[in-house]
Design a protein around this ligand. Structure first.
Ligand SMILES: *Cc1c(COP(=O)(O)O)cnc(C)c1O
Length: 383
């Protein structure tokens, strides 16, 4: 009987397929760096920054070593530290709140919207009240463009303006997405992104970038990136870090940026097929009016009462990998549970952490492979 014919697992993300598509262009870009040997601050770094500025519409782009450094440097450049409150969604990757805590400031966790998974402006207002009651000074808010979809920047921006907070957009998952016709990178005072390989625009190692329209802030970021150097190289004028993007990664990103638009379109096709195939059995992600997504993740919510581990196991035996982003919201994690949460608690973040699961998503997920995922999901739910 041949009911156990092994089938190739569907890749969760497929960096190999992209590598094959880019082939020689990446080999040649890397070879050029190996030939000129300017591994730090090589010409590709400035070239990439100019291309990213053009792509996003931001006036200044400062590349850096990771998305976490991008957030940390943006907070440092704005003088964030002890006694300051910085508001973050709790349902996010840990680096959002971690960067705040690293400066000595207090991350104050706020809730997210049940349909977009992004920061809820009403909870942000409650969080600001919580911070003030605790004697903290509200300074900044970090909306996250989670799973690739832009946050509601108008709603967050209005609360921030009323309270005198500056906005640091964490676009680590959303770079390439837009809000009301404008690409991310131009919302708030400063935007941070990551080029970790699994992000929609990833390099072949760690990398990140910071976007701003403020020339003075950009200059401060460039100083922080190299240990706070001043115009005299041997007189450091502020604290900084080793925060540079290396030339090899910049050269790789220049090649990947050329196909990024095309990949975003392909990811959107994949998302449409999922919505058609699964929309009547699970809660599929919704893109809010005026927003676009780059689909860093395709995250569904399982029907009430579904055994999530059992569901994941049923998919796994059929060669369908899944992942849970995020099984614990930040305020539920050991390192962060003592930080304040907005008054009223974070019930949506907690519900999402208990019922979300992410399916394979990448630009190279073809129709037959995706049919397998859809059939497996429906089968596991008895639908
Ligand atoms: C990945 C990620 C980061 C951190 O990026 P790194 O490059 O891994 O440091 C920050 N915020 C969010 C929301 C992320 O998904």
């Amino acid at each position: 009987m041949n009911q156990h014919i092994p089938v190739e697992p569907v890749p969760f993300i497929d960096i190999g397929a992209q590598r094959r598509r880019l082939g020689k262009s990446i080999d040649e870009a890397v070879a050029r760096v190996l030939a000129h040997c300017q591994f730090i601050n090589g010409p590709e770094v400035t070239q990439l920054e100019a291309l990213l500025a053009e792509f996003s519409g931001a006036k200044h782009v400062v590349s850096c070593a990771s998305g976490t450094d991008a957030l940390l440097m943006a907070l440092m450049a704005n003088g964030i530290g002890r006694g300051d409150a910085v508001f973050c969604p709790s349902f996010t990757f840990c680096a959002t709140g971690e960067s705040v805590a690293l400066t000595g400031a207090t991350p104050v966790f706020v809730d997210v919207d049940e349909t977009t998974f992004n920061m809820d402006a009403a909870s942000l207002e409650r969080g600001i009240a919580t911070a003030k009651k605790r004697g903290l000074t509200p300074k900044a808010v970090i909306p996250v463009d989670l799973f690739g979809q832009s946050a509601d920047h108008d709603a967050i921006g209005a609360v921030a303006a009323a309270e005198g907070l500056f906005v640091l957009d964490d676009a680590a998952q959303g770079f390439g997405a837009s809000y009301k016709g404008r690409r991310l990178g131009t919302f708030g005072r400063v935007t941070a992104t990551s080029f970790f390989p699994a992000k929609p625009l990833g390099c072949f190692g760690d990398g990140g970038a910071i976007f701003t329209d403020d020339a003075e802030l950009a200059a401060t970021l460039r100083s922080i990136r190299v240990h706070g150097q001043g115009s005299d190289k041997y007189d450091n004028v502020r604290l900084g870090i080793t925060g540079r993007l290396d030339t090899m990664q910049a050269a790789i990103l220049i090649e990947k940026l050329k196909i990024f638009e095309d990949e975003i379109a392909a990811r959107n096709k994949v998302a449409e097929r999922y919505a058609r195939g699964l929309g009547n059995v699970v809660t599929v992600p919704q893109v809010a009016a005026g927003c676009t997504s780059v689909w860093a993740q395709y995250t569904i919510r399982l029907p009430k009462g579904t055994d999530r581990d059992g569901f994941a196991a049923a998919l796994k035996v059929q060669g369908i990998p899944t992942a849970i982003y995020y099984p614990k919201s930040m305020h539920q994690q050991t390192a962060y549970r003592d930080f304040p949460v907005a008054d009223g608690g974070l019930p949506v973040s907690e519900r999402l952490s208990s019922d979300v699961i992410s399916l394979p998503m990448h630009a190279y997920l073809d129709e037959p492979a995706q049919e397998r995922v859809i059939r497996a999901v429906r089968g596991a739910l008895g639908a």
